[in-house]
Design a protein around this ligand. Sequence first.
Ligand SMILES: O=P(O)(O)OC[C@H]1O[C@H](OP(=O)(O)OP(=O)(O)O)[C@H](O)[C@@H]1O
Ligand code: HPA
Length: 180
Amino acid sequence: MSETRPPYVIDEMISAKAIAARVEALAKDIHEEFAGTEQLVLVGLLRGSFVFIADLVRELDLPVEVDFIEASSYGNAMESSREVRILKDLRSGIEGRDVLVVEDIVDTGHTLTHVVGMLKSRTPARLKTIALLDKPTRREVDFRADWTGFSIPDEFVVGYGIDYAQRDRNLPFIGKVRFT
Ligand SMILES: O=P(O)(O)OC[C@H]1O[C@H](OP(=O)(O)OP(=O)(O)O)[C@H](O)[C@@H]1O
Ligand code: HPA
């Protein structure tokens, strides 16, 4: 892959410890909402949510199925193309089922708006959304997740699954990109 990134450093914004504590609290909320469910389908949005969903699912003491959709709108850029491409769909049907869509970040809102619209047309019993991060000041379409881990300012962030041009997903914390 050709280099698409100018030089940058990463400043820590949210520590791994703070993330873990927040994920634990979010799992309690999810548990409360879905207590008694026959089976909850956790739908992770690839690729960014793979770390969050892995941590969240292990905090959930509920009967769960894990499935994934791959959606992409940024490519290697820092700006949304506003065109959400579905590269991989769910394996399972969700009609009449309880569904929780798990996302890493809501920025412009285009990705979750598109995915939630697509999933609602399949008539699940309940469809809720959770995002680890939210950048409310960047919103271009009106979208609010049912649960949010952290509301953050307008900074380009990486780590804990989130990338800059496919790099830095493996950082255990959330950091902001600063060009040098
Ligand atoms: O609210 P939005 O402006 O739509 O941005 C949020 C989406 O952007 C990123 O995905 P990306 O397209 O970079 O794909 P990735 O998950 O594979 O990194 C991120 O993981 C979210 O899915
Ligand atoms: O801040 C971000 N970082 C990485 N990918 C993203 N996709 C939307 N917002 C971001």
